[in-house]
Design a protein around this ligand. Structure first.
Ligand code: ZN
Length: 270
């Protein structure tokens, strides 16, 4: 009887301490913290598991806000010739255009680029901007292209707005027809252009004055000719047309353009 009482007492203690059988349901309890020894003891909240960092493939996208706010005051610096990637040279950088009311293209490019960056970053994409603010000078177009190569970027998108005649309306996406990094990268550039074009058509119509169906291949843009990654220039609209300018200068228009660019890039990245 005495040994049976001891066994029962041991069993009772084991029940209360949660250390009954060494295992429950196949899961060892030896490594677990003891359960509360009193029914009235506050239950310990389970410790929070560490937040898992999502493991994503390395995806780097370079967003290039065209021009810069300090270019106009630094003509010697931005007029310095640099290689154009087609056997010649062209100026390091240019001032860009503006609306008739004086809203500068560089400011538009900067605003859209930041919005695209935020949208892509929220999707786990690492974004590199080719300039860090909107008050500096440059960088030169060849340097902007080099940023894409140095980052091994999955995509390079240069943000611009055009300065054409009133009545010329709509966006267009430019690629280099020189395929500077070979046909595979060239095909990826074309796919990026189509993806961004398709998304942009929900914001405004494709250009009625240049290219075809919103696409235009050229051989005179150093930022594309020297680019060794899938690369496009996006002319988001014509700042000199009043209807386009109304969209380009509005916060909602800039947000819609940024969303289209980000969606196009994400489509390419899969
Ligand atoms: Zn521009």
């Amino acid at each position: 009887m005495r040994s049976r009482q001891l066994l029962c007492l041991t069993f009772l203690v084991a029940l209360l301490t949660g250390c009954s059988a060494g295992s429950t349901g196949g899961v060892s309890v030896l490594s677990q913290s003891p359960a509360p020894t009193s029914a009235t003891a506050p239950e310990q909240p389970p410790s929070s598991p560490p937040v898992a960092t999502p493991v994503l493939p390395a995806r780097v996208v370079v967003i290039d806000p065209g021009h810069n706010g300090g270019n106009a005051a630094a003509p010697d610096e931005i007029n310095r010739p640099v290689p154009d990637g087609n056997g010649g040279t062209k100026p390091c950088n240019t001032v860009g255009t503006s609306t008739n009311a004086g809203y500068a293209e560089h400011a538009f490019n900067w605003a859209v680029a930041l919005a695209v960056r935020d949208l892509l970053t929220a999707q786990g994409v690492e974004v590199v901007l080719t300039r860090s603010d909107d008050v500096g000078v440059g960088p030169c177009v060849d340097q902007r292209a080099a940023v894409a190569d140095q980052a091994a970027a999955a995509a390079f998108v240069s943000i611009h707005a055009d300065g054409s005649a009133p009545g010329n309306r709509g966006f267009h996406v430019i690629t280099s027809n020189l395929d500077p990094a070979g046909s595979d990268i060239g095909a990826a550039s074309d796919a990026l252009a189509v993806a961004v074009r398709d998304e942009m058509t929900s914001v405004l119509s494709a250009s009625n004055y240049i290219g075809s169906d919103g696409l235009n291949a050229r051989d005179d843009l150093a930022g594309l000719n020297l680019n060794l990654r899938p690369a496009i220039y996006l002319e988001c609209g014509n700042m000199r047309d009043a209807t386009d300018a109304a969209l380009l200068t509005s916060g909602s228009g800039q947000a819609a353009i940024a969303a289209a660019v980000a969606a196009g890039v994400l489509r390419l990245l899969g």
